[in-house]
Write a protein that binds this ligand. Structure first.
Ligand code: 13P
Length: 252
């Protein structure tokens, strides 16, 4: 059975003290009332070591929001996959549309990041998804397939077992506009078919595919009830413990 996961992406929010307080609160709340799914919190680099130290990793895993496309050396300001791993965290988000768009991360750059993350023992939350313009031109399937082919389909099946796919339609991110459960299910099923075509039915069956984009406690139950939606990647609603817990409880 593939793993159900609710993952938070804090993005560029929370100073160190606020982030520690949020992680502590989540840890307390989820220790008292254990989740029925995997929970991951992805934080800015500065929080990672502290947060990884304070959470119970049998309940909450921790992830970075990015890592460098180079192994080590003279790359001022960059943080390598090895450094991320050394904080005690388990995951890294790669391919987020905000990084593709604002920081010009190409499929080739992402492929290098994917390889380095895996070489350093990190699991990857790999984001794909179309823009509004592409959705209106009915190109969502082609876009998702190309993003997978460009950065993760060179992996062996064994390596691919460490990839969680997050489908995040750009038009639904931070806009309050969620894909309907049927719209999301349709493309999730297509993404699973792409994985099956590449790696076979069993690998596809075992691959966790998350939905992201204005997901909140009120719409999570309907989304997560769909057969090919295995949880969510949550932005805004991961910034308050009660909101995030409300989404996690969709699996209860
Ligand atoms: P929102 O939940 O704020 O729409 O963000 C989704 C997202 O981009 C998660 O990576």
């Amino acid at each position: 059975m593939r793993k159900k996961i609710v993952a938070g992406n804090w993005k560029m929010n929370k100073n160190l003290q606020e982030g520690i307080a949020l992680a502590q609160e989540l840890n307390e709340v989820l220790t008292a009332d254990k989740p029925n799914c995997g929970v991951v919190i992805c934080t800015p680099f500065i929080h990672l070591a502290k947060v990884a130290e304070l959470v119970d990793h049998s309940i909450i895993n921790v992830g970075a929001e990015n890592c460098a496309d180079k192994e080590k050396g003279a790359y001022t300001g960059e943080v390598s996959a090895e450094m991320v791993k050394s904080t005690g965290c388990e995951y890294v988000i790669l391919g987020h549309s905000e990084r593709r768009e604002y920081y010009h991360e190409t499929p080739e750059i992402l492929k290098a990041k994917v390889d380095l993350a895996l070489a350093n023992g990190l699991k990857i939350l790999f984001c794909i998804g179309e823009s509004l313009e592409q959705r209106e031109a009915n190109e969502q399937e082609a876009v998702c397939k190309a993003e997978l082919e460009g950065s993760v389909f060179h992996l062996s099946a064994e390596q691919f077992a460490n990839i969680v796919i997050a489908y995040e339609p750009i038009w639904a991110i931070g806009t309050g506009k969620t894909a309907t459960a049927d719209q999301a299910e349709e493309i999730h099923a297509y993404i699973r078919k792409c994985v099956a075509d590449k790696y076979g039915a069993q690998v596809a069956e075992d691959t966790t595919i998350l939905y992201g984009g204005s997901c909140k406690a009120s719409n999570a139950p309907e989304l997560f009830a769909k057969p090919d939606i295995d949880g969510g990647l949550i932005g805004g609603a991961s910034l308050k413990a009660a909101d995030f817990k409300g989404i996690i409880d969709a699996f209860k």
